[in-house]
Design a protein around this ligand. Structure first.
Ligand SMILES: Cc1cc2nc3c(=O)[nH]c(=O)nc-3n(C[C@H](O)[C@H](O)[C@H](O)COP(=O)(O)OP(=O)(O)OC[C@H]3O[C@@H](n4cnc5c(N)ncnc54)[C@H](O)[C@@H]3O)c2cc1C
Length: 268
């Protein structure tokens, strides 16, 4: 193919349909996180079984309160005017199938469409969600777990802590950019938690990488880590190349990419 020929469009499977919902309320969880409760009859049938799953949240275009539904063109969602909709990924922190409610815990950070939206989300504002995306299958026979992440991973880490077998030794390492991002984690026996402060001016994830390097690890330890894409890529290399941890024993996920809006995996 010559450089001037248009690239053939990649065909991808259409994600689950969006369910229209609306903001029911918000609650500050910490100085760095806001819980947004969404509700609506279209949440009927939304079932999230595993911890650390995901949903895609469709928001009104920045500066408007009207939700325009996008359509799938075989590769990506587009709005009727051809622009890309604002879609971000979050952990479904709590799904209540009776009350038809869904809680998302959103990190407050500068310059983020979803972060800004959560900050000002008034009751009744429309939104839509699609999902759930795959969660994490806990290995109940593992001898120990290491859970690591940054602020965006706190909701998933809380769910993992709630789901791990009682008494399982768990090391938890969480990097925060502000002291006030620390939250009370579910109380459990056998859990050793270290909060790591991101050093001023340091790239996101540096403190987490150092903590993973100094964690107690055997090839049998199961590892779950999520955070900034470049940082978790370094963690992947450390675990797989330096420590020779079997790939099946570690789930390492990029949750956001420094300097880029949207999902790190969504290269559309
Ligand atoms: C499976 C999965 C689950 C996730 N769960 C959660 C969750 O429960 N809660 C949550 O808050 N996030 C979660 N995330 C991460 C979230 O999708 C991203 O942080 C997303 O970019 C936030 O959207 P935004 O519109 O606020 O910022 P964007 O508009 O996407 O980004 C704008 C700018 O802000 C930067 N940025 C994005 N996120 C952060 C951040 N956390 N800190 C500092 N700078 C940032 C970007 O690099 C970019 O420069 C999850 C991601 C995945 C893939």
């Amino acid at each position: 193919m010559s450089d001037t020929e248009p690239r053939p469009m990649r065909i991808r499977r259409e994600p689950p349909a969006f369910r229209r919902i609306a903001v029911k309320g918000t609650e500050p969880m910490s100085g760095r996180m806001i819980r947004v409760t969404l509700a609506g009859p279209e949440l009927h049938g939304l079932i999230v079984v595993e911890p650390a799953a995901s949903v895609r949240l469709l928001l009104p275009s920045p500066g408007t309160d009207d939700l325009v539904m996008p359509s799938w063109n075989g590769n990506e969602f587009l709005l009727p005017d051809g622009t890309r909709p604002t879609i971000r990924t979050f952990t479904p922190r709590r799904v209540d199938p009776e009350a038809l409610e869904l809680d998302l815990d959103v990190v407050r950070h500068d310059g983020g469409a979803a972060s800004e939206w959560a900050e000002h989300a008034a009751s009744g504002l429309p939104a839509a969600i699609s999902g759930p995306g795959r969660g994490y299958t806990i290995d109940r026979d593992a001898p120990a777990y290491l859970l690591g992440g940054d602020e965006t991973a706190i909701p998933a880490i809380m769910q993992l802590l709630e789901s791990l077998p009682a008494g399982m030794p768990v090391q938890v390492r969480i990097e925060v950019s502000h002291f006030e991002a620390r939250l009370a984690l579910p109380e459990r026996e056998g859990v050793n938690v270290e909060w790591l402060d991101q050093e001023f001016g340091a790239p996101p994830g540096d403190a987490l990488i150092a903590a993973v390097r100094s964690a107690e690890l055997t090839p049998e330890t199961r590892v779950w880590v999520a955070g900034e894409a470049a940082a978790v890529q370094r963690i992947r290399r450390y675990l797989f190349d330096e420590r020779r941890i079997p790939r099946a024993h570690a789930a390492v996920r990029g949750y956001w990419k420094h300097g880029r809006a949207g999902d790190p995996d969504d290269e559309s």
